[in-house]
Every structure is written in structure tokens, then in C-alpha cells.
Design a protein around this ligand. Sequence first.
Ligand code: GLA
Length: 371
Amino acid sequence: MTEIPHHDIIRHLGHRRTVIGEAPGRVNLIGEHTDYSGGFVLPTVIPQTTAVAVAANADGASRAWSASVPHDQQQVRFVVGEEARTSTWVDYVQGATAVLRAAGHRVGGFDAVIRSEVPLGSGLSSSASLTVAVLRALRDLFQLHIDDVVLAGLARRVETDFIGVPVGVMDPIACALGAANHALFLDTRDLSWQLVRIPSTAEFAVINSGISHSHATGSYRQRRQECDAATRALGVHEIRDLSEYGQRRIEQLPEFLRKRARHIVSENARVLAAVEALRKRDMARFGVLMDESHASLRDDYEISLPQIDRMVEIARSQRGVLGARITGGGFGGSIVVLTLAGQAVRVATAVAQAARDELGLRPQVLVPPTK
Ligand code: GLA
């Protein structure tokens, strides 16, 4: 749980009635870049969360303050009812009121104090954890009747409709519905989901490379467009609809579309196999699938970087490691490593040390948490 220091609340919200919304970051275990073409994903939550304290403010000028951004950007202003995109972090706050109002909910003015433990640009859903936490705080403050599934959909619209980043549906759902020690198996086509227990014989480690990415910039958007182009060229509604026979047609696509489509087909199959492995408690098999997922993201979907590939290799060379891969949108961010129970701290520390010494990176071990 992220603590917002009492003096920050008093300084920015005074002694008004305050409610707090909170949501964790997520790490995707397998099923990468499949959530915008109706595929399968398998994320879990991380211990780091975002907390948002809000208090009503009726004077028509709202303020938000965040301890988790550079000093000169900490305080921002907005007006509920006159939300307009600014391309700064206030868009995650005023985007929430914009989508709530568009969905017919009554929200008034408020001030907010934010603190996040989820590093920005780390591939661990700092933005969805913020939007879900803001929406939860506003739900309480204005007594809105919205369940967490609907709330996750609103959180996604903050990013797609208000901010204009074409993200898929995985992150807000993982942040809103995920649970510790469970993987969330989500079918992004019909949004059916199940929590599957992670056996206690294995553990995950998450190491942020410190190479920050942004999905607002070109590469993520480009992959989405390529995925759409491959779908059109194959003449299906979604790549998942390809029959086994249809999958042979992938080989006739131009090379880069062929690679993109091949990743999506193989990654969807790997998620289903990974869920089966979890249910059978076959974590060695799960690890192999993670390794294959990384190779596919590196070679076919091309969203990795040489330094991240090297971190994955270093992780795999450690004793007690069952598998490792890049996680999240890519082009930087974090790696996730599966280890035997009791080994994750040692492995994560060794990987971070090597990434510092050999690659000159400023990595950060997030899971297992150090405090
Ligand atoms: C980002 C997006 C998600 C998903 C992943 C890649 O995190 O927000 O919707 O597409 O990248 O799996």
C-alpha cells in the first residue's frame, strides 16, 4: 500500500473530508501485444501501487499535486466540465472526469494528491494504475455506482479517447481486477476473465531496465497499425480468427507483416499453453513458454532492445531460473523472470548488478519488493 504522507494531505487538501483510491501496477507474465487484436493475456499485479487522495472543491478551479513527477511539474490545475487535453500528466486526472461525465455520471470539482510507487515508462502500467486509482477515488467521493469492470473500461477510455494513445484493454483490467499470487487470464475479445493461482513452487522477479519508453510515441502505434494491416491482408476480423489452414496464408504476406502475424498467432497459443501449465503446476513448462515469447517479441514483433535481450540472457544464466522475457509494451521497460521458490531475490539482485556493471544501466528491482 502506498502511503501518502499526512503533511502532504494537510498541505494540499486541508482538513476537508478526504477519500483515497488505490490501484497496483501490473506485470504481464505472457501474452504480449495480443490485447488489441482480441487475443489472450496473462498479467498479475505487482506490490507497487498508486494512491490518490481527493477532497471536494466547489470553487470551480481544481488542483492536483503529485510527488511522483519532477519538481517543476508537481502542481497542475484543471476545471471539471472544461477538460481539454494538455499532453501533461494532468490529462490522466481530467481525462477521468471527462470520461465519467461522458458516461452520464455527475462529478463536481475536487483537489487531488497523488503518490505512485510504479515507475513511469517501466512497462508496468504506471498510467493504468493512476487512472484506475483516480476513478476509484472519484467513485467514492461522488458516490458513483460503477463496478470495477466498468471502471476498467472507463480507465481505458481515458487513454484512448481523451489522451489519444491507442492502448489495448489489458492494463486497466489487470490493475482493477488483478490479485496477488494469481495470474489473470483475460480473453480480450469478450473480456471474460479468471484468476488462476500461481503455484508456491515458483516465484517471479521483475527488474526495470531503467530504459524508459512512451506509448504515445511512434513505435507502439506503428505495431498496432502493422497488426491491422496484417489482419486486413489476411481477410479476417481478427488474427485469432484464422483457421489452421488460414494460418498457412501468413507465409504469403510481405516479410514484416508475416512476422507480426506469426507473433500474434504463436503468442495466443502460448498463453493458452501457459494457463494449462499453471493449472498443472508445471512451472518448468511455463518458463519455456516465457523464453519462446521473448524470442518471438525480439525476432518477429521486434519490440525488444539489445540491452533488454542481454538482461534476459543474464537472467537465464542464473541458477534456479525457469524462464525470462521482456514484459509490457517494449522498446525499454522491464523484464520478468520465473524462478524456483526462494530464488527470486538472489536472481533479481544478480541481474540488476550485471545490468549496472556490464551495460551501464540504472536498473531497479521491483519484485520481490525490497522494503
Ligand atoms: C502496453 C499497452 C497494453 C498492451 C501492452 C503490450 O502496456 O498499454 O494495452 O498492448 O503494451 O502487450
